[in-house]
Write a protein that binds this ligand. Structure first.
Ligand code: 4NP
Length: 154
């Protein structure tokens, strides 16, 4: 079971999301795999933003990351594809393989128990914005993993 987290630059939100997901599934001993990518090509090969690294570390999550761009093949390869915001979702849906894989493409905060919305781009923000993003992702991913587990147990 493979889960892809997608943002714009693949240096702030989606690397944090994939690291949180991988941390949680490892803790629970679940055979799931998380990865991330960006719809844009600005930061290909770059590590995660230093604020993503700081906030993740503060919350006990390790991030090992090199940015990459979303490809059409990703839509075939992954079982779930989470867009951080509607603009990312729109760009994912424009790829040719999106037609047959529409059901895989979701907005991350569909799973947020505190409510719907987008995971806002923190790139021009402060460390507090990155912490807010961490908390949204943490809540949403917890709920997503709980649902995966209850599906696999039923
Ligand atoms: P991300 O944040 O999509 O969460 O990785 C951004 C990082 C870089 C840029 C935009 C958003 N940028 O325009 O360079």
């Amino acid at each position: 079971m493979k889960v892809l987290f997608v943002c714009l630059g693949n240096i702030c939100r989606s690397p944090m999301a994939a690291a949180i997901f991988n941390h949680k599934v490892q803790q629970r001993g679940l055979p799931y795999q998380g990865d991330s990518c960006g719809t844009g090509d600005y930061h290909i090969g770059a590590p995660a933003d230093h604020r993503t690294l700081t906030v993740a570390r503060k919350n006990g999550v390790q991030v090992n990351h090199a940015a990459r761009q979303l490809s059409n093949d990703d839509l075939e390869e992954f079982d779930y594809i989470f867009a951080m915001d509607k603009s990312n979702q729109f760009n994912i849906q424009r790829l040719p393989a999106a037609q047959e894989n529409k059901h895989k493409i979701r907005l991350m905060r569909e799973y947020d128990p505190k409510g719907l919305g987008e995971v806002p781009d923190p790139y021009h923000g402060t460390l507090t914005d990155f912490q807010d993003v961490f908390e949204m992702l943490d809540r949403s991913i917890d709920r997503f993993i709980n649902e995966l587990q209850s599906k696999s147990n039923s």
